[in-house]
Design a protein around this ligand. Sequence first.
Ligand code: SAM
Length: 276
Amino acid sequence: THFGFETVSEEEKGGKVYQVFESVAKKYDVMNDMMSLGIHRVWKDLLLGKMHPFPGTQLLDVAGGTGDIAFRFLNYVQAQHQRKQKRQLRAQQNLSWEEIAKKYQNEEDSLGGSRVMVCDINKEMLKIGKQKARAQGYKAGLAWVLGDAEELPFDDDKFDVYTIAFGIRNVTHIDRALQEAHRVLKPGGRFLCLEFSQVNNPLISRLYDLYSFQVIPVLGEVIAGDWKSYQYLVESIRQFPSQEEFKEMIEDAGFQKVTYESLTSGIVAIHSGFKL
Ligand code: SAM
């Protein structure tokens, strides 16, 4: 495994990854916007669109960091639930819009029973996520837990959906994380992973290489004062398996109907699989 100019053993990877995210936590969101020119927001919205959560969905977002997926999920289920309930109430009880609005002052009610559990190994990332949740008014249906993707602190068959966005490439033993994902999902549950992948267009690939190796570490140094962490991020992206190889790894963990969709010429891909 390569970190900047150092070569480290598998055992050391966990510690190094911890240091990287501890160091970038405070600047994580601003750096994401700068490095991806804001496109990470579109990729994350597409992940939610693919998930299309049903009312009452219990989501586990692993490597959830500062809460990007969790907040999107809460917005999505709230809007979905309120639209449905308001339509039903108006049709059944002929309530006025004011009476309907009053009914939805209780935030717990407004999520239709859906919940998200954010799990991350890094307490600094969780701390920033919790601060953001407070500042943006997210309370109901949201919980945070410190935990390792390779050894999740949950019982078997507990969640309807498992997401991991830009997280699995940081895990030391990806096969163990995939097995854990399979274990904690209910039968019928869905695994969804958003991760950097292999660019499939030669011209984009050259531009992407230039941008990644020449621009990103410089941005990391200028904005976060941390060249090495951002160099690690770029290198970890390059070492991650291709779309097809990762699909096979997901199948090996026991998932079925595994598919993927490449986005932005393969810069990222969304993999999906079911526990059947
Ligand atoms: N999902 C968020 C997003 O899309 O913005 C955060 C992604 S961030 C690039 C990677 C996250 O993975 C960090 O918060 C890091 O602490 C977490 N992480 C790394 N190894 C982990 C592990 N073994 N188990 C759980 N989380 C891990």
